[in-house]
Design a protein around this ligand. Sequence first.
Ligand SMILES: NC(=O)c1ccc[n+]([C@@H]2O[C@H](COP(=O)([O-])OP(=O)(O)OC[C@H]3O[C@@H](n4cnc5c(N)ncnc54)[C@H](OP(=O)(O)O)[C@@H]3O)[C@@H](O)[C@H]2O)c1
Length: 420
Amino acid sequence: MSAEEASALQHKAEEQMQETELSKEPNEKESQPSSDTAAASPEADEDAFTYRSLVLCGYGGYDKVKLQVMQGMPVPKKGEVMIRVKACGLNFADLVARQGLYERLPPPPITLGMECAGVVEAVGEGVTGRKVGDKVFAVNAYGLWQEVVLTGAQYTFTMPEGISFEEAAAFPVNYMTAYLLLFKFANLQPHQSVLVHMAAGGVGTAVTQLCKLVEGVTLFGTASASKHEAIRQGGVTHPIEYQSYVDDIRKISPKGLDIVLDPLGGSDVQQGFDLLKPMGRLVTYGFANALTGPKKNRMALAKMWYNEFSIKAMALMQSNKVVCGFHLGYLYKEREVFEEVVGKLLELYKQGKIKPRVDSVHHFEQVGDAMRRMQERLNIGKVILLPEPNKEEESKDEAKKEAELKEDTAKDEEPEKEDN
Ligand SMILES: NC(=O)c1ccc[n+]([C@@H]2O[C@H](COP(=O)([O-])OP(=O)(O)OC[C@H]3O[C@@H](n4cnc5c(N)ncnc54)[C@H](OP(=O)(O)O)[C@@H]3O)[C@@H](O)[C@H]2O)c1
């Protein structure tokens, strides 16, 4: 599905959207039509169909992503499938989007979410490769943090045997990005040296696993000090701190590096370029430095743009270095690239050579906690969201209500104290 089609779909859904409180369930009248009506009209059933969706309602802090209940059965159009979503991936880009800094998205309200995994529940006309009951994962520009989604069948991929929904939801964006960065842009060869920033995160973990498949690669990775042991065990040769990475790398590798993968932006791009050996390759693919907290920081943005890397063609030629940029969001129309890359990655998964690392799992109700975990630099691997209601919280609420009711009843039954 193109971004334009996704937008049209999204707007249709938005017309049907009903905002609720986080814990509020659709009222019974909406979700359960009387048996008379249901028997009399299947349309009534379709109208009463509800599903949960995480909607970006404005730009700002964690509270801008709200759990809403949509009404009306989504019907797949030609070439589309409807997926019952079981798990979704959280990406750094979702934090960027919440702050209004992701230029690929239409303005709020929109359902966020670039990846999900689930079960095909209906297929539209002309869909040949997918059938009801297939377990798939899907990738799109947005719109996938929803209990049920409609998406073009060509943006879905069959889940391999043995993979969980959580792992499958952690797969597409991180691994496609890592694969394209290393093998299509940076042309990684045996015995080369690589620096990846944010090495403990989703993309960083995937880059680490893929580097291990190439003989003799030396991998430098920046991460918070508390994560260094974990990433060393994962395969990073030299875990290093952000504050001193240039000096630390020069001490170990005085001639510099073959490849620098930069998701930070700002002055780090220039530092990465300077760290390259002749014939080295720099790939820039993010601007994490723009995010310093839950809300937009204009100073950080200004600093980043002020320090933006720039080079004249003549200077680039004389440097004997490669500089390139990568953005998955602008590759969605390159269907054959997706096919090829996902095909290769699934093969590696089946051979046991790569495996998504899930950091933590949060229900839709806890989307703020999930985003905070990433923003506060706590995750090692992928943060996952689950559309299904949080039963534990629900039963706690029930128990609390029951206890309150008992207390009220006991108070009512207490004999009134007589005054002397
Ligand atoms: N161009 C593309 O198509 C594309 C696709 C996917 C991802 N990306 C980029 O790749 C990077 C990694 O993405 P991801 O989704 O895998 O996220 P992630 O790495 O899991 O992001 C969270 C981690 O990043 C580190 N970090 C570094 N600077 C940060 C900052 N300013 N604020 C918060 N955390 C920061 C933190 O760990 P430590 O501080 O411990 O390192 C944090 O735990 C992001 O910049 C993202 O935009 C680009």
